[in-house]
Design a protein. Structure first.
Length: 180
C-alpha cells in the first residue's frame, strides 16, 4: 500500500490574491517607503507650483528624524504600522498597513524674525516669518487635498523660528497602494 501526499487548500488564498491584485491595479502598485517618499515630494512640488510658492532646492526622502538646520524639503518616514490594531488573536490578516510620514519645509527665518543678543524681533520680521509659515502651510494643505486616502492622524504644525530656521510640518499616515 502506498501513501500519496495530501495537501490542503488554503480557503483564504484566492480572496487574499484578489485583494492584493485589486490594490495593485487601483493604487498603481504597492510602493516601498522610499517610493512613497519620492511621490510625496513630487506632490509637494506640484502643490507649491499651484500655490505660487518656491520651495527650497534641497529635497530628499529620509528615515525620520532629520535636523532642520538648512533650507530643505524632506519627506521623512517612520515605517509601517498595522491599522486598525488587532483586538485579540488574529487568524488571518484582515488589517491594512499604513506608513507614517512627515513632510517638512524648513527655511531661513526672515531678517528681524528672531531675537539677536538683546535686540527683540521686529514686528515686520515677525510678520514676514508668519507670512512665510502661512504660505508653506497652504502648500502642505494642498498636498493633503491631492492625496486619495490618508489615516486618521493628520496634522500641520507651524513652529516659530528657532536658531535662525523655521519649519512647517505635515504629519500624515499613507496607505502604500491607494494614497496617491
Amino acid at each position: 500500500m502506498t501513501v500519496e501526499s495530501f495537501t490542503r487548500l488554503d480557503p483564504f488564498a484566492a480572496e487574499q490574491a484578489a485583494l492584493e491584485q485589486q490594490a495593485l491595479v487601483a493604487g498603481g502598485g504597492i510602493r516601498t517607503l522610499a517610493q512613497m517618499g519620492q511621490a510625496l515630494l513630487d506632490i509637494a512640488n506640484q502643490a507649491a507650483v499651484a500655490k505660487g510658492v518656491k520651495l527650497p532646492a534641497r529635497q530628499m526622502f529620509y528615515p525620520a528624524p532629520i535636523p532642520a538646520d538648512c533650507e530643505q524639503v524632506a519627506a521623512l518616514f517612520s515605517g509601517w504600522t498595522p491599522t486598525p490594531a488587532p483586538d485579540g488573536p488574529v487568524v488571518c490578516s484582515t488589517f491594512r498597513w499604513m506608513a507614517g510620514f512627515s513632510l517638512i519645509i524648513t527655511r531661513c527665518a526672515p531678517k528681524g524674525a528672531v531675537q539677536v543678543k538683546s535686540t527683540a524681533p521686529t514686528p515686520a520680521g515677525m510678520m514676514a516669518s508668519a507670512q512665510l509659515a502661512s504660505d508653506d502651510a497652504e502648500v502642505l494643505l494642498e498636498v493633503v487635498s491631492r492625496l486619495d486616502e490618508v489615516g486618521g492622524d493628520l496634522s500641520v504644525t507651524v513652529a516659530p523660528p528657532s536658531g535662525g530656521m523655521q519649519t512647517v510640518e505635515l504629519n500624515v499616515q499613507l496607505l502604500p497602494g491607494s494614497s496617491f
